[in-house]
Unconditional design. Structure first.
Ligand SMILES: NC(=O)c1ccc[n+]([C@@H]2O[C@H](COP(=O)([O-])OP(=O)(O)OC[C@H]3O[C@@H](n4cnc5c(N)ncnc54)[C@H](O)[C@@H]3O)[C@@H](O)[C@H]2O)c1
Length: 258
């Protein structure tokens, strides 16, 4: 990533994605924010502009390949090059034993968490190859590395995303395109609070107890902050990381060590 780069960040309308937008903007990147949350995207765009960079919200539904393609086309038309793609958006999917998971919920989770990143990469790669440069970061999860009972669709999608990351990295390294995955542990914020509440319901405990267990599950005894994940995205897109590709790097307060 050099001065005046352009990044597409999916799910940049809130949560970790917004923090990633701000991290990349602080590194002189213009940001295309691709999300379904129009109000959230506008807020992120304002924050990016306050950093002195262009923040361009483009309504994109990752479960609709046609909108992915039109977003990439619009981004290329406006900014000419796409230097960075961060496939951050993801949904939690259902919390239920496998035999109770509806096919529609399974498909919806795969669409956003796995097919969306694939389709984004497929659209962006010809441009990155033409430029001879690209940095792709896929936000997976520690649940992409170890099982999480009652979350088969989510875990399977994130395990698939790590496999996709490695395979794509092997394909495109010769074009100076790096592809890495970040595997966050539980990141503090409203989304994880909702997950804790659903887990609490499914296991007949309080959400405080589930949160306490999540914290105790790491050597540092704490949850991860959004800035921790965003900072690693910034590093992976910097020239200090030119020879890092095909990796899945945990940001989990030590919760997962492989
Ligand atoms: N929060 C955590 O504890 C945690 C832990 C591990 C991994 N992750 C991963 O980090 C990523 C970001 O998580 P978050 O906590 O910021 O989530 P979040 O729910 O706060 O934000 C997700 C963003 O994605 C957008 N989005 C949802 N569906 C979309 C769709 N169909 N098309 C386009 N955008 C869509 C939402 O509007 C939202 O802005 C996800 O991939 C998630 O799986 C999160």
């Amino acid at each position: 990533m050099t001065h005046d780069s352009t990044a597409i960040v999916t799910g940049g309308g809130g949560g970790i994605g917004r923090q990633i937008c701000l991290e990349l903007a602080s590194r002189d990147c213009d940001i295309v924010i691709a999300d379904i949350d129009d109000a959230g995207m506008d807020e992120t765009a304002e924050l990016v502009e306050a950093e002195g960079q262009v923040g361009r919200p483009l309504h994109t539904d990752l479960s609709d390949v046609a909108t992915i393609e039109s977003t990439v086309d619009a981004a290329v038309e406006e900014f000419e090059t796409i230097d960075v793609l961060v496939n951050n958006a993801g949904i939690a999917g259902p919390t239920a034993p496998c035999e109770d998971v509806e096919t529609d919920d399974w498909d919806a989770t795969m669409a956003v968490n796995l097919t969306g990143p694939f389709a984004m990469c497929r659209s962006v790669l010809p441009h990155m190859k033409a430029d001879g440069y690209g940095r792709i970061v896929n936000v997976a999860s520690v649940t992409g590395k170890r099982p999480l009972a009652n979350r088969t669709p989510y875990a399977t999608s994130k395990m698939g995303l790590i496999g996709f990351t490695r395979t794509l990295a092997a394909e495109v390294g010769a074009h100076d395109i790096n592809v890495n995955a970040i595997c966050p542990g539980s990141v503090d914020g409203p989304r994880i609070q909702r997950v804790f509440e659903r887990q609490a319901e499914a296991t007949d405990r309080t959400s405080e107890a589930v949160r306490g267990d999540a914290q105790a599950d790491s050597p540092r005894g704490e949850l991860v902050q959004r800035e921790d994940v965003a900072g690693l995205v910034g590093f992976l897109c910097s020239d200090r990381a030119d020879r890092i590709t095909g990796q899945d790097i945990n940001v989990s307060a030590g919760k997962v060590m492989y």
